[in-house]
Each structure stands twice: as structure tokens, then as C-alpha cells.
Design a protein around this ligand. Structure first.
Ligand code: G3P
Length: 215
């Protein structure tokens, strides 16, 4: 399973990359807006740090505008993936870009039918937002299971990228379901390694060794 970090913050990306388990990055306009560097410069720096796929989202909401922005974003680096919102114009853009061999991450996906459409259009990734579904009392992870079942049924190659992840249980469930990728905030990546029994156990190992006068 691939691990992406969901942030545009260079410090967080560098820290996660140093952990040795980072495969890619997803950004969005809300995340970019929190940073001081302009989006293009941010993406250049992110692509320098992480060689894996880096999703860059278009701001246009019309077909032509999306294609024009995608063309500019692709010039930043070879590992840029174009993030396109799952609306009608976005579906057209997804099809056109995918036909041209440009990888698309179809974002803001909240239903199985949206996921089916973007797979038919050739998207490289589908990004269902599980946390935002949970927020409105809908089971976000059930959507992941449904999409995986559907894609297997028809052998779609679109990778299921679990997004809007809020806690380690989302990551665990995604792994059990066989999702291809999980993108998560730095906080969640950091939580994955932690267990109180590990800390207690380590403290005891070291204390026992010291008590025996072996230091
Ligand atoms: O990058 C898209 C997605 O992961 C956003 O997550 O936490 O804003 O719902 P969130």
C-alpha cells in the first residue's frame, strides 16, 4: 500500500520523507493557501523533495481552463499528477488529459457512481473523501469497499486513493480492504508508529539493563 502525505507544508513533507515510507504527496487549494510560498514555487520544491506522484489541483471549473492550467502544472516536474474536481467539466478534462497520457487524480469523490465515471474516463487515481462523509454520518469506508468491489468487477486500473483521512483506523481499514493508496495529514502518519505499550516496554528494557549495572 502506498502512503501519500496530504499537505503543502515543506517541513511536514521533509519530515515524512525522512521517515522512509513516503510514496507521494497530495495538495489542494485549501492546503496551499496556508503556505507563504506561491503554489507554483511550492510544487517545484515538493517535487524536488519527493520523487513520487505529487498531486496539483486546478482552480478552473471549466473544461478549457482546466486543460490550460494542467498544461502549465505539467511543466513543473515529471512527477506532477493533475487533480481535477469530479464535476461534469472535470470529467471531460479527465478523459482528455488521460487520453494524452497525463495522470489525473479525480478529487472530491463522494459516491460510487462518481468513482465509476472517473475510472471510465481513465483517471489514474480516484480520491474518495472518507472523513467528510463520516462528518455527515455516512460511512466513508463503506464507499471505499464499494469502489474496490466495482473496480475489481470490471478490472479498472484506476488506483483507489483514500483521502480526507482523520485517524489511524481509517488507514488500517483501507489496508484491510486493499486500497492502493492512503493520503493522510502528517499528524496521522506520526500516530501510526506510536503505541503506549511500546514506550512502556522500551523504558522497562532500558531500566532493567541499567539496574543490573550493565551500562
Ligand atoms: O486533499 C483532499 C482531502 O484529503 C482533504 O481532507 O481533511 O480537508 O477533509 P479534509
Amino acid at each position: 500500500m502506498k502512503f501519500f502525505i496530504d499537505t503543502a507544508n515543506i517541513d511536514e513533507i521533509s519530515k515524512a520523507a525522512a521517515m522512509g515510507v513516503l510514496d507521494g504527496v497530495t495538495t489542494n487549494p485549501s492546503l496551499a493557501a496556508k503556505e507563504s510560498l506561491p503554489y507554483r514555487e511550492l510544487l517545484t520544491e515538493i517535487c524536488r523533495i519527493v520523487p513520487g506522484p505529487v498531486s496539483a489541483e486546478v482552480l478552473a471549473t471549466d473544461y478549457k481552463g482546466m486543460l490550460a492550467e494542467a498544461e502549465q502544472l505539467c511543466k513543473i516536474a515529471d512527477n506532477i499528477v493533475i487533480k481535477i474536481p469530479t464535476i461534469s467539466e472535470g470529467l471531460r478534462a479527465t478523459k482528455a488529459l488521460s487520453d494524452d497520457g497525463i495522470p489525473v487524480n479525480a478529487t472530491l469523490v463522494f459516491s460510487a457512481m462518481q468513482a465509476l465515471l472517473v475510472a471510465k474516463a481513465g483517471a489514474a487515481y480516484v480520491s474518495p473523501f472518507v472523513g467528510r462523509l463520516d462528518d455527515i454520518s455516512t460511512d466513508g469506508m463503506q464507499l471505499i469497499e464499494d469502489i474496490i468491489t466495482m473496480y475489481h468487477q470490471y478490472d479498472y486500473r484506476t488506483e483507489v486513493l483514500v483521502a480526507s483521512v482523520r485517524h489511524p483506523m481509517h488507514v488500517q481499514q483501507a489496508a484491510l480492504m486493499g486500497a492502493d493508496v492512503v493520503t493522510m495529514p502528517f499528524k496521522v502518519i506520526d500516530q501510526l508508529i506510536k503505541h503506549p505499550l511500546t514506550d512502556i516496554g522500551l523504558e522497562k528494557f532500558l531500566a532493567d539493563y541499567k539496574k543490573a549495572g550493565k551500562n
